[in-house]
Design a protein around this ligand. Structure first.
Ligand code: MN
Length: 265
């Protein structure tokens, strides 16, 4: 069993160190992670500047790029083997609902999934690393279960796991959930710098719109660990017929224009 670990908070973050320590005796485990904090970088790849890989004193490799860069180069040439599993995190803060679209933690896992490697993203609900030991133990237990049921041999899958910042004994059992929803983000924050220029700071995430039963927001608020299987399919299947009608109308207009142009010529 070969496990590749990545994150978006950077290779020195307490979350990735705890994750490595929790998994290192279960498999061959390697870390390839961003040099700096890349939270909210989503699936971005660096195309217009070179990437460098360095090895830290503890053996972790770090890259001057994004989480997706790290996994991408690991899987396309840096590693001389194919990992059986990619584990991302443990992130400093929740990645639930619409936040998953922006998350670098989820993106690292998604990049592996797109290459056919099963992947899990782990996040702690609150920032600050409180009860990180309990989150690392939860991650270990899930990976252990995946190994024992040979789940990594199945067609690739992608899991998003969020863990409340509670002592291990107070964590409630894992619940399989759909993603909740948020309202649009709050207003941008403006300030004036000492030279008189206006600075814009991205505002906070919007308030929760759907935290009803069955969502990750609901389960974690009750103290459960939430687990959401994700897939990558951006097609809006319900809207296909509506837009097919629009395309058909445009084709009919074009045909009748061409017919009248011909008649006029
Ligand atoms: Mn992060």
């Amino acid at each position: 069993m070969k496990i590749l670990i990545c994150n978006d908070d950077g290779y020195q973050a307490p979350g990735i160190v705890a994750l490595y320590e929790a998994l290192k005796d279960m498999a061959d485990v390697e870390v390839v992670a961003p040099e700096h904090n890349n939270s909210a970088k989503s699936n971005a790849l660096t195309l217009h500047s070179p990437l460098y890989v360095h090895r830290a004193a503890n053996g972790f490799r770090y890259v001057n790029g994004t989480p997706a860069d790290c996994v991408h180069i690991a899987l396309t040439g840096l590693l001389d083997y194919r990992p059986d599993l990619l584990v991302s995190g443990i992130n400093n803060g929740a990645n639930m609902g619409d936040d998953t679209v922006y998350s670098g933690t989820v993106a690292a896992a998604m990049e592996a999934y797109l290459f056919g490697v099963p992947a899990i993203a782990f996040s702690q609900l609150l920032k600050g690393w409180q009860h990180l030991d309990a989150a690392a133990r939860t991650a270990r237990e899930l990976v252990q279960q995946i190994i024992s049921q040979h789940a990594a041999d199945a067609p690739p899958w992608l899991l998003n796991v969020n863990i409340p910042n509670l002592p291990y004994a107070e964590l409630k059992p894992m619940k399989v959930c759909r993603l909740g929803r948020r309202h649009a983000a709050e207003k941008v924050i403006t300030q004036v710098n000492p030279r008189g220029d206006t600075m814009y700071w991205i505002g906070n995430a919007g308030p929760v719109k759907d935290d009803s039963e069955g969502t990750d927001f609901h389960a974690t608020a009750q103290g459960h660990v939430s687990m959401t299987p994700l897939k990558v399919d951006l097609s809006d299947h319900d809207k296909l017929p509506y837009w097919a009608q629009t395309a058909a109308r445009m084709a009919a207009h074009k045909a009748s224009r061409e017919a009248s142009d011909k008649a006029g010529a």
